[in-house]
Design a protein around this ligand. Structure first.
Ligand SMILES: CC(C)(COP(=O)(O)OP(=O)(O)OC[C@H]1O[C@@H](n2cnc3c(N)ncnc32)[C@H](O)[C@@H]1OP(=O)(O)O)[C@@H](O)C(=O)NCCC(=O)NCCS
Ligand SMILES: CC(=O)OP(=O)(O)O
Length: 329
């Protein structure tokens, strides 16, 4: 059976999109760009200094290299950025100087339709790519809360969909309210359906299962479950569930016998960013899982982050997912 990544690569190839990789100064990004182009996954725009990139010796035939420090597009992109952000207090000088920032420059290539998606974050902290994403690309119409997910592929795992899961929100919302958590749950259910292609079973995680503990944190999840079920009655969404009750059929049956999700969850929604970010990194490192993401959901155009600990192959994977998101946009 094809792995998740093989499926994404095959889909990406079927209708090739153009993806910006803004961090042309990073060897892992150059290695990934060479692989992406060689495998026909996407057309790539690399941002960086062409001489420095050439000196690294990667096979980058067919890759468009744009130097943001000398590009003739700087003026046009700065003017457009100023127009977009002047009401929020940005000056013309600030917009012009942000063209030195590869994340802002790359985001403006996406905003002006020169690319279909962007993947960055190999050598930038998440907030450095979230700021241009949220300020320039902005939430898609009808979306209030932009959030993120990781696709986790856990080897030798009988839980979830034979070891495939989505974890959310591991990157964006620091301390989501019950309302925001319910939006995250519904958005991740939709993402699971669209990206993984099978039916989501969403567990909203807590340190309590079905009233076993009563406190403000557990209550927040209980309220989020109520709101999510109200917003999206067609999806299997349940909680509050502890992780073992969500994943393990026998524990689910004993702790939450009436739950439609307990013991079978493939989408895990964590109560806050601490739990989610720590949780995905533990599974990635201790269970040797592949972790693709963080993939942003709810943005007006596909723009995705990477962990600074990513490998070249992780960048290839996130680029393939971004290209598939661009096909679905
Ligand atoms: C996402 C994050 C950067 C936003 O920070 P912030 O201080 O709210 O950002 P700003 O106030 O500059 O907001 C920028 C814009 O985005 C909007 N925004 C912020 N978070 C948003 C969200 N989750 N969904 C939709 N819009 C959002 C704001 O309303 C604002 O819009 P406007 O300027 O057009 O009015 C912040 O929540 C954060 O740092 N998250 C954690 C990132 C991280 O370090 N993750 C851990 C490692 S992966
Ligand atoms: C998603 C994430 O945790 O990113 P980083 O490891 O770069 O902080």
């Amino acid at each position: 059976m094809a792995t998740f990544l093989e499926t994404m690569i095959e889909k990406a190839r079927s209708d090739k999109k153009t993806i910006v990789l803004p961090e042309g100064n990073d060897d892992r990004v150059l290695e990934a760009a060479a692989k992406i182009v060689e495998q026909g996954i996407a057309d790539i725009i690399l941002i960086g200094n062409p001489n420095e990139i050439a000196s690294k010796g990667f096979s980058l035939e067919g890759v468009e290299i744009v130097d943001n420090t000398t590009s003739p597009l700087r003026g046009e992109l700065a003017d457009k950025l100023f127009e977009l952000r002047r009401a929020k207090g940005m000056t013309e000088e600030e917009a012009a100087s942000l063209m030195d920032d590869v994340m802002y420059f790359g985001t403006m290539l996406l905003k002006t339709g020169r690319a279909d998606g962007l993947v960055g974050g190999a050598c930038h902290a998440t907030k450095d790519m979230l700021h241009p994403a949220l300020r320039i690309i902005k939430p898609a119409p009808g979306t209030k809360t932009v959030s993120s997910f990781f696709v986790m592929e856990v080897p030798d795992c009988a839980y979830g969909d034979a070891g495939t899961f989505m974890f959310s929100d591991c990157a964006v919302c620091i301390q989501p309210s019950a309302e925001e958590l319910s939006e995250i749950a519904v958005a991740t259910a939709k993402s699971y359906e669209r990206i993984v292609g099978s039916e989501p079973r969403v567990a909203m995680l807590s340190h309590a299962t079905k009233g076993s503990v009563k406190d403000a944190d557990a209550d927040k999840v209980v309220e989020a479950v109520r709101l999510a079920q109200e917003k999206a009655p067609g999806y299997a969404i349940d909680g509050e569930l502890q992780a073992d009750a969500a994943l393990v059929p026998s524990v689910g049956k004993s702790k939450a016998p009436d739950s439609s999700v307990a013991g079978t969850a493939n989408v895990l929604v964590f109560p806050d960013l601490d739990a989610a970010n720590i949780g995905y990194k533990l599974v990635q490192r201790l269970a040797k899982a592949e972790a693709y993401g963080p993939i942003l959901q709810g943005l007006g155009a596909p723009m995705n982050d990477l962990s600074r600990g990513c490998s070249a192959d992780d960048i290839v994977g996130v680029t393939a997912i971004t290209a598939v998101q661009a096909q679905q946009a």
